[in-house]
Design a protein around this ligand. Structure first.
Ligand code: ADP
Ligand code: MG
Length: 397
C-alpha cells in the first residue's frame, strides 16, 4: 500500500486524499496550522513549521512520495529533503520553484514564447517605488512570492492610488514585487492538464471563471468561449505542462481580452480575442472542484492516479450546464455560524447537486469555507439557480 504525503492540510489536499483512498492508498498531511481542516481525514499528520527540517524529514521518510496543495514551501529545503530521503516530489521541485514566484513564472513564459502581459520585476521596495512611477496606468502591483486570493496585490488606477499604496506597503527588506499591466479582461478561464510519467497528457475541459474582489466567485462549464479559442487555450496549457516537464497536474489561469492593436504585447491572438497566461498552479485548482460532478474523471482522481501509477484517460463532460460557487466566510458570519453552515434552505433548490463544506474552525469574511455545484439545462438557469441559492443561504457582498 502506497503512502502519499501532502504538504498542506487544506481543502484541496482533503479532496485529493478522498481520491487517493479510493485506490487504497494511505495519506499523511503536513501543515503548520493545528486546526488544518483536513487533518481529521488521515490517520497520520504532522503539525510543524515550513522550516522545521527535522519534522519535514520525518514526514518525507514516512511517505513513498510527496505532493503539495499549495506553492509556498521553500524549495532549497525541499531539495535537501528529497536528496536525503530519496523520496520524490510530484510535480518536481523545479516546477515548484518557477511557479511559486511570479517573476520566475513570467520570465519562464517570456523565454518560452508563451503569452504574457507586460510586466516589470522589482527586487525590493525601493526599486518598486522608482519603477512604478514610470509604468503606464492602470497596473497591478503584486508581491512576487506568497500571495493568494488577491492577497499581496494592489490595483493602481492613477497617481493618487499609487502614492497612497506606496506609502502603505510595509514589507520585509528582501520582498520582491512585480508590476503588471492591468488587462481589460473580457473573460477568465482555466485549463487543468494532467501528465504522467509515461508522458501521457490529458486535459479537462476549459472552465470559465468569474472573480469578485480578486477571489474566484464562480466557475462555469461548458465554457462560453468560441471552440477555436478553447482549443487554443488547451494547446497552450499542454505546451506549458510539457515545457515545465510536469508530472501531476498543471493548472493554467488565462486572461482573455478583446483585441486592441497594441503591437508590443506578447500575447496570442485568435479570432478577435487576445490570450494571456496569468499564472500557473502545479496542483489541484479551486476552479477544478467542478470536475468532481461534471466530468467523467475529476482533477483529484487524475492526480491520485498519476501519484499511484494508475493509467489516466481523457475526461469527458457530462451533458448539461454546471456552475461551481465558492462559499466564503462572510456567509458564515451573516448566519452567525462558526463551523456548520445552516443548509436548511437546500430543500428548495433541487438543482444544487452538491455542497462541500471544508470544516474550517473559524470564518473570516474572505476565507474559502465551502462550495456548491449547480446543474441545469442551460447556462441562464444555472446562473439563476446559483444566485437564488446564495441568497437563501444569506450571502451578501
Ligand atoms: P492569486 O494568486 O490571488 O490567484 P492572481 O494573479 O491570479 O492571484 O490574481 C487574482 C485575480 O485578480 C485574477 O484572477 C484577476 O481577476 C485579477 N487580476 C490579477 N492580475 C490582473 C491583471 N494583470 N489584469 C487584470 N486583472 C488581474
Ligand atoms: Mg490566480
Amino acid at each position: 500500500m502506497r503512502t502519499i504525503g501532502i504538504l498542506g492540510g487544506g481543502q484541496l489536499g482533503g479532496m485529493l486524499s478522498e481520491a487517493l483512498y479510493n485506490y487504497g492508498a494511505k495519506v499523511v498531511f503536513y501543515d503548520p496550522d493545528p486546526l488544518s481542516p483536513s487533518f481529521h481525514k488521515s490517520a497520520f499528520h504532522y503539525q510543524g513549521d515550513w522550516n522545521d527540517a527535522e519534522k519535514l524529514e520525518a514526514f518525507f521518510r514516512q511517505c513513498d512520495l510527496v505532493t503539495y496543495e499549495f506553492e509556498n514551501v521553500a524549495t532549497d529545503l525541499l531539495n535537501s529533503l528529497i536528496e536525503k530521503t530519496k523520496k520524490p516530489l510530484f510535480p518536481s521541485e523545479n516546477v515548484l520553484k518557477i511557479t511559486q514566484n511570479r517573476i520566475a513564472e513570467k520570465t519562464f513564459l517570456q523565454k518560452n514564447n508563451l503569452p504574457v502581459c507586460k510586466f516589470i520585476a522589482c527586487s525590493n521596495l525601493s526599486e518598486l517605488i522608482t519603477k512604478a512611477k514610470n509604468f503606464p496606468f492602470p497596473f497591478i502591483i503584486k508581491t512576487a512570492y506568497g500571495g493568494y486570493d488577491g492577497k499581496g496585490q494592489w490595483v493602481i488606477e492613477n497617481v493618487t492610488a499609487l502614492n497612497k499604496t506606496l506609502s502603505e506597503i510595509t514589507t520585509k527588506e528582501n520582498t520582491s514585487f512585480i508590476i503588471e499591466e492591468k488587462i481589460d479582461i473580457f473573460s477568465e478561464a482555466s485549463c487543468i492538464v494532467a501528465r504522467n510519467s509515461q508522458n501521457i497528457t490529458v486535459c479537462l475541459p476549459i472552465f470559465d471563471n468569474i472573480h469578485k474582489n480578486q477571489i474566484l466567485y464562480q466557475t462555469n462549464l461548458p465554457s462560453q468561449l468560441p471552440i477555436t479559442v478553447q482549443q487554443k487555450l488547451q494547446n497552450i496549457a499542454i505546451q506549458a505542462a510539457e515545457k515545465l516537464d510536469v508530472l501531476g497536474l498543471l493548472t493554467t489561469e488565462f486572461f482573455i481580452s478583446k483585441v486592441k492593436n497594441d503591437n508590443v504585447k506578447q500575447s496570442i491572438e485568435i479570432d478577435d480575442f487576445q490570450i494571456y497566461i496569468n499564472e500557473f498552479a502545479p496542483r489541484p485548482h479551486n476552479s477544478g472542484h467542478i470536475s468532481r460532478n461534471s466530468c467523467t474523471i475529476s482533477q483529484y482522481d487524475l492526480l491520485a492516479r498519476i501519484l499511484l501509477d494508475i493509467p489516466i484517460n481523457k475526461p469527458e463532460l457530462y451533458p448539461g450546464y454546471f456552475c461551481m460557487g465558492n462559499l466564503l466566510g462572510s456567509t458564515w458570519i451573516n448566519q452567525k455560524k462558526e463551523k456548520n453552515l445552516n443548509l436548511s434552505c437546500w430543500k428548495d433548490h433541487p438543482n444544487i447537486i452538491s455542497v462541500t463544506l471544508y470544516g474550517k474552525e473559524s470564518a473570516t469574511k474572505q476565507r474559502k469555507m465551502g462550495h456548491f455545484i449547480c446543474h441545469a439545462e442551460n447556462i441562464t438557469d444555472c446562473n439563476k439557480f446559483s444566485e437564488n441559492f446564495r441568497k437563501d443561504l444569506n450571502e451578501s457582498d
